[in-house]
Design a binder for this molecule. Structure first.
Ligand SMILES: Nc1nc2c(c(=O)[nH]1)N[C@H]1C(S)=C(S)[C@@H](COP(=O)(O)O)O[C@H]1N2
Ligand SMILES: [Mo]
Length: 342
């Protein structure tokens, strides 16, 4: 575009319903390596925005050499990349102690955002990328403006941040952000803004409620935090979910496979299993990660007796961080099973 042209006005937006929190699959139902789009959880803080997609456009503003705007066709004309990644909701914005296990693994398709931004020139003072969604409304009874998130430019520099218009080769559905959303593999899903309409390069963190009051967790003392220290809910720490056996499964007293998925921004180095409430742990076999995918773990377990057992899986990432017993966003997953008398 001619940079002297202002972007066309945004289409009018109406918000349908209120908060959407749709979680179709429990951990024991995550049986396929790729989660179908129709089975993927949906989170929308304000509800689903309705607007005329033909009038949609993306503007690039702020600390940029050549501010501009792009149509959907402009974005689809950029080289297309496909990235497999886990996709996880962080849970409640202000409840870092609650574990929700809203997780899937999909192949995103779209344009490389780092390449696009470098082609229009990132000014040296820029430190954060602010991203705006078309949805807007009240949060906790107070006006919250548009859905606005940010990410540090050092994450963008590591690559693989997408302007995504596909999931598993299908166009995004309206619920998942049609026509375009941000995808930041390795970061919790809350940062991947749907119905994206503006990207703004800035020298400071974004000033909306979703980056200031919400989604900033206390830093645990064990990780060097002092009272009042917080950190943004960005990179996903290690986590594992047991798919099988499922909760309350009745097992025979013979070897059974314990398996599931594990993920972390840094990639998972190992997953350990416990069958005695976490007193002792043994190793599982772990598949390597493909791009930013989740990783399958599995181990054979011979029930030592009949009766009730608690199975647990605990992931450690490649940086050495291990899942806590909780309470945390990534508390170790525990599954109760019953072993039959022989
Ligand atoms: N514009 C916008 N983007 C958003 C949200 C939102 O409410 N509005 N919710 C976020 C949250 S909390 C999550 S977990 C993911 C969920 O993505 P999904 O619904 O496609 O699974 O989108 C994020 N992006
Ligand atoms: Mo979320």
């Amino acid at each position: 575009q001619d940079i002297s042209l202002l972007p066309p006005p945004l289409p009018p937006v109406s918000i349908e319903g209120g908060l959407v929190r749709h979680i179709p699959l429990a951990p024991h139902q995550l049986v396929t390596p790729i989660t179908p789009q129709s089975d993927l959880f949906v989170l929308a803080q304000f509800g689903l925005p309705r607007f005329d997609a033909a009038r949609w456009r993306l503007e690039l503003t702020g600390l940029i050499e050549r501010p501009c705007w792009l149509s959907f066709d402009d974005i689809r004309a950029l080289p297309k990349r496909r990235l497999e990644s886990f996709h996880q909701c962080a849970g409640f914005p202000q409840k870092p102690d609650v574990t929700t296990r809203r997780i899937g693994n999909v192949v995103w398709g779209g344009a490389d955002l780092g390449d696009l931004l470098r082609s229009v020139g990132i000014r040296p003072e820029a430190r954060f990328l602010w991203s705006y969604g078309l949805d807007h409304g009240d949060f906790d009874g107070k006006p919250a403006g548009h859905y606005l998130k940010d990410l540090p430019l050092n994450r963008l520099a590591r690559g693989d941040v997408l302007l995504a218009y596909e999931i598993n080769g299908e166009p995004l559905t309206q619920a998942h952000g049609f026509p375009l959303r941000l995808v930041i593999p390795g970061y919790y899903g809350t940062n991947s803004v749907k119905w994206l309409y503006r990207l703004d390069l800035a020298d400071r963190r974004a000033d909306g409620i979703f980056t200031t009051i919400l989604y900033n967790d206390p830093v645990p003392a064990a990780e060097g935090g002092s009272a009042g220290d917080t950190r943004p809910v960005w990179a996903a720490p290690p986590e594992a979910a047991i798919v099988a056996p499922q909760p309350q499964a009745r097992l025979a007293r013979r070897p059974v496979e314990i398996w599931g998925w594990a993920w972390a921004e840094a990639g998972v180095a190992r997953v350990e299993i416990s069958a005695d409430q976490g007193k002792s742990w043994f190793a599982s076999a772990l598949q390597p990660r493909s791009q930013w995918s989740w990783q399958r773990f599995s181990a054979a377990w011979q029930p030592p007796a009949s009766g009730r057992f608690t199975l647990m899986a605990r992931a450690t990432d490649t940086a050495g961080a291990t899942q806590p017993m909780g309470p945390a966003r990534n508390t170790v997953h525990a599954v109760e099973v019953e072993v039959a008398t022989a």
